[in-house]
Design a protein around this ligand. Sequence first.
Ligand code: ZN
Length: 138
Amino acid sequence: MACRVYQEDSSVRTTSRFQVLDVTSIVEEAVSKSGIEKGLATVYVPHTTCGITINEAEPGLMEDIVEFLKEYTKPGAPWRHNRIDDNAHAHLGQSVLGHHVSIPVTAGRLNMGTWQRVLLVEMDGPRRRRIIITVMGE
Ligand code: ZN
C-alpha cells in the first residue's frame, strides 16, 4: 500500500503566561480523520516561546513542569534578549523542551503509554498557538 499524508493546522488559545495544556484529543481526532492505520503522527508548534512534550497530565505534575521551567530559565533575569523583548526565559524553555513530538500510529490510534499525553507548554502567553499535525502512513 502507498504511503499517505494527512495534515491539519489546528490551534489553541492559552489563557495565562505559563500554562500546560493537554492537546492529546486534538491529535487523536486528526489521526482518526486521516484514516491512516499504521504510521507516524508528528505534532509541531511553529513558535519560539512555547514547547511541546509528552508526559503525564497529572495536575500537580503540570504545575511542577511550570515551576521547574521557571527555576531553570529564570524569567526576569538579565538575559540579553530581555533588552529587546521580555521573554528570554520562554525562548530558552522552548529550546529545552523542543517544538515537536512524534508518536507511532497503530491500528488507527496513537500508540502511547497509559499515562502519556501530548502537552503544549506555554511560557509567554496568553496567545493563540498553532499546532500542525501531520499523519503519515498507510
Ligand atoms: Zn522574544
